[in-house]
Write a protein that binds this ligand. Structure first.
Ligand SMILES: [Fe+2]
Length: 376
């Protein structure tokens, strides 16, 4: 329990509440602690806080087009680890064929987000189908492999030395956002039993970043049953029913799907845009003063971002002031949009992320200029 230094004050021309009925012609910027949960100040600026004329240095934001990364068939351990810190490793993996070995991540729980494709996952608990939009949480230590039925692109998010949990739902109750009853689990079905052969199988285990290979003269996914409360679970983004308000622009944290160690995973899904005349219609300007923000764009038209397409990723380092691009801000002000149709995965990390060296052309080096007003 934190005991913040809290003393609500106000000065000058300001709205009565956050994100609503802003003073005419002003741009709201939020400075806040604890990723939208702690003390906050809302400033009403004369100019958009992103209207810089020059920007250089390490605080610059990044945009990556992961569609340009190569296919890496074979193993998730060959996936491109493009962002990481001590708490999380984010990898991108494109594969088009069945794995010929099992893997086991001993460094932390693994979250798979299926961006494209469909197929089957085999693990200690049985067999599970997967399709685009699925999140699959794999507990640390579980053996697994996938057999794509269609070329598959996966975002792998390792919760290093930690465990995924569900967020506190607070006053909206346990069935909000998604009912835990929609979590699917693998089955020890005929397909699972059919792969329990006496053929040789290798298990490639990752611990502390190093790989070890353990060979068996049979398939070690050979359990005949199990019991307990630890299991691979799956939820599809189509089963997420987002919190929303017609009168208040909710912070991104309202869309938290999983909580890791010093990071959270949020899901943006289609929703109506606020209808109240005084309510903000687009994300408020902010620095996210405690977190790095990563967004992976999955499907749809990304309302608040220009030139962002499915399969791209943006990284806004902690302290980088951001908000809607000028075109989106203008569209929001004119009520030009009634709903969003975007699906995206956001990963907010408490500690700074390191960007890996990536092939030429993957990073858009002029992303920082995308907030510049454009001539109509
Ligand atoms: Fe943000």
């Amino acid at each position: 329990m934190r005991h913040y230094i809290r003393f609500p004050r106000s000065d000058g021309t300001h709205s009565r509440q956050a994100h609503a009925d802003l003073p005419e012609g002003t741009f709201e910027r939020e400075m806040s602690k604890d990723g939208f949960f702690g003390p906050a100040a809302h400033f009403h600026h004369r100019h958009p806080p992103t209207s810089w004329a020059r920007f250089s240095g390490a605080l610059s934001p990044h945009a990556f087009d992961l569609n340009k990364l190569p296919v890496q068939p074979g193993s998730p351990w060959d996936a491109t680890a493009f962002l990481h810190n001590g708490d999380v490793k984010i990898r991108h993996w494109k594969t088009d064929r069945a794995m010929d070995h099992l893997v086991r991540n001993q460094d932390g729980d693994e979250l798979l987000f299926i961006h494209e494709g469909a197929g089957e996952l085999f693990c200690d608990w049985g067999r599970l189908d997967y399709r685009d939009g699925d999140y699959i949480v794999i507990p640390r230590g579980a053996m697994w492999r996938i057999a794509p039925g269609a070329p598959t692109t996966v975002l792998l998010v390792e919760c290093t030395e930690g465990t995924y949990t569900l967020p506190e739902k607070g006053i909206v109750g346990p069935h909000a956002i998604f009912d835990p009853a929609v979590l699917d689990t693998p089955a020890m079905d005929a397909g699972f039993r059919a792969q329990q052969t006496e053929d040789s199988w290798n298990v490639v285990v990752k611990r502390n970043g190093a790989l070890s290979t353990i060979g068996f003269p049979f398939n070690p996914l050979d359990a005949v049953g199990w019991h307990g409360d630890l299991c691979v679970v799956r939820i599809n983004v189509r089963d997420i029913r987002p919190l929303m308000s017609h009168r208040y622009h909710l912070p991104p944290s309202a869309h938290t799907t999983f909580v890791g160690r010093n990071f959270i995973v949020c899901t943006f899904v289609p929703r109506p845009i606020e209808s109240d005349p005084g309510a903000l219609k687009v994300p408020f300007y902010h620095n996210n003063d405690d977190y790095d923000e990563v967004i992976f764009y999955h499907r749809g038209d990304f309302f608040s971002r220009d030139n962002i397409k499915p399969g791209m990723v943006t990284l806004h380092p902690c302290g980088f002031t951001h908000g809607p691009h000028p075109k989106a801000f203008a569209a929001g002000a004119k009520h030009a949009r009634k709903e969003t149709d975007e699906y995206a995965v956001m990963i907010d990390t408490r500690y700074p992320l390191t960007v890996a060296a990536l092939p030429d052309g993957v990073e858009n080096r002029s992303y920082v200029d995308s907030w510049k007003p454009k001539a109509e």
